[in-house]
Design a protein around this ligand. Structure first.
Ligand code: URA
Length: 425
């Protein structure tokens, strides 16, 4: 007979869990017969002692089996999904989904909400008046057939074991473990039923993985899990040491995404959107498609407008703006040489763009605009950062977070490359 105590002890003592133990513990936890306390202990043992590739594969398969798997075969075209491990100013899903859909590839983006310093795609989109993130499976399929792109909330029936476990990891400091992150992300993505998955694995201060070697290991683990399940999975390792683009915060990021869809926007956001689109299109068997052209000529914007309208959003309505703003100015002439992603993420969160606990509301207009980004010249007195919130008592904490986290130097610094590496099966 398998018991929770035996499973925890095996891992605590550095042993390897059998397939039967993993299947049992995931099933029993999903049903509630393994308690949160026991799962917390097991998660911590995995955090401290790691897991073998076979255990990670079994863990992922068991979490997939804990819920439903979507069947996208009726969509009638290749379905490709993208997932980011989370970063600051990472609004790429917004322009990317409609952009890839331009090329007759379906993009089912089942997304999440923000927790802590990283934003959530659903929170961003909900700043568009009327936009609905809750959809039934039938509605998702219908929209994929009609328009090709959907960005909505994952149903609770998809990998429910992960839903419970992720909430538990969040409050027991067991999030940043490669076996747990890889299985958590891939069980949901595989259950979504896409033919191919492109992963954007972030590296740097604003990411879960601060070091390149860790991020590469995470990417390799996820690519292997995808391949084990017959899903073409590829990963780009991308820089998250400084924020992506010039905005962090819900409506602010939607505005920037619309600029990208209109053929403009910050260079780094455009570069990463196009790089990920090229990977997705190659995975869908369309290596010669030119996504950069579709941003320039308005085709991606047309798809965006259709997708937003189909989900009840008022495409031309003004986006919410926070009630108050304050600015942080440069005290010397020079060039911006540093802008720490983590600090900007935490400051935006403290301004009200993010939540401390699941279920809390977020402020649509809160966040940070970066007026002078890394590499740009600045004069004393010019605004570097603009802080937005509806609740001005939050300004002090946000400013304190940013103190010493951006720098001005005498030499022009260049932003390094966005795409650092690529991992394929
Ligand atoms: N995102 C997830 O879905 N799971 C993790 O464990 C980390 C990030």
């Amino acid at each position: 007979m398998i018991t929770a105590v035996d499973v925890i002890r095996t891992k605590r003592d550095g042993g390897e869990l059998s397939t039967a133990q993993i299947d049992w513990v995931i099933d029993a936890y999903t049903k509630g017969s393994v308690a949160d306390e026991q799962m917390s202990a097991l998660a911590m043992a995995i955090f401290l002692n790691g897991a073998k590739p076979r255990e990670i594969a079994d863990w992922t398969a068991a979490m997939i089996r804990s819920g439903i798997t979507l069947d996208l075969s009726s969509v009638g075209r290749p379905c490709v999904d993208k997932h980011s491990t989370g970063g600051v100013g990472d609004k790429i899903t917004l322009p990317l989904a409609p952009l890839v859909a331009v090329f007759d590839v379906a993009v089912p983006q089942l997304s999440g909400r923000g927790l802590g310093h990283t934003g959530g795609t659903l929170d961003k989109l909900e700043s568009i008046p009327g936009f609905q993130v809750d959809m039934t499976e039938a509605q998702v399929l219908e929209q994929l057939k009609d328009i090709g792109a959907v960005i909505c909330a994952a149903t609770g029936d998809l990998a429910p074991a992960d839903k419970k476990l992720y909430a538990l990891r969040d409050i027991t400091s067991t999030v940043e473990a490669i076996p747990l992150i890889a299985s958590s992300i891939m069980c949901k993505k595989i259950a979504e039923g896409a033919d191919a998955i492109v992963l954007d694995v972030k590296v740097g201060s604003g990411a879960f993985m601060k070091e390149f070697a860790q991020a590469r290991e995470l990417a390799e683990t996820m690519v292997r899990l995808g391949a084990d399940h017959g899903v073409d999975t590829r990963a780009l390792l991308t820089d998250m040491s400084i924020p992506l683009g010039r905005t962090a915060g819900n409506a602010l990021e939607v505005r920037e995404s619309v600029e990208v869809l209109a053929g403009g926007g910050p260079e780094d956001v455009v570069e990463l959107t196009v790089a990920l689109a090229e990977e997705m299109l190659a995975a869908a068997g369309k290596p010669d498609a030119d996504p950069a052209a579709a941003l320039r000529d308005g085709r991606a914007m047309d798809k965006w407008r259709k997708m937003i309208a189909a989900q009840g959003g008022e495409v031309d309505a003004p986006l919410p703006v926070a009630r108050e703003f304050e600015e942080i100015t440069a005290d010397a002439d020079g060039f911006v040489t540093e802008m720490d992603a983590y600090a900007v993420g935490v400051a935006a969160w403290r301004l009200g763009a993010g939540r401390e606990r699941q279920g809390q509301p977020v402020q649509a207009g809160a966040g940070i605009e970066i007026l002078k980004a890394v590499g740009e010249p600045v004069k004393a007195g010019e605004t570097v950062l603009r802080l937005h919130t509806d609740t001005p008592e939050r300004f002090a904490a946000a400013k304190e977070t940013l103190e010493g986290q951006w720098k001005i130097g005498g030499e022009p610094a260049k932003r390094g490359p966005i795409v650092l590496d690529r991992v394929t099966a």
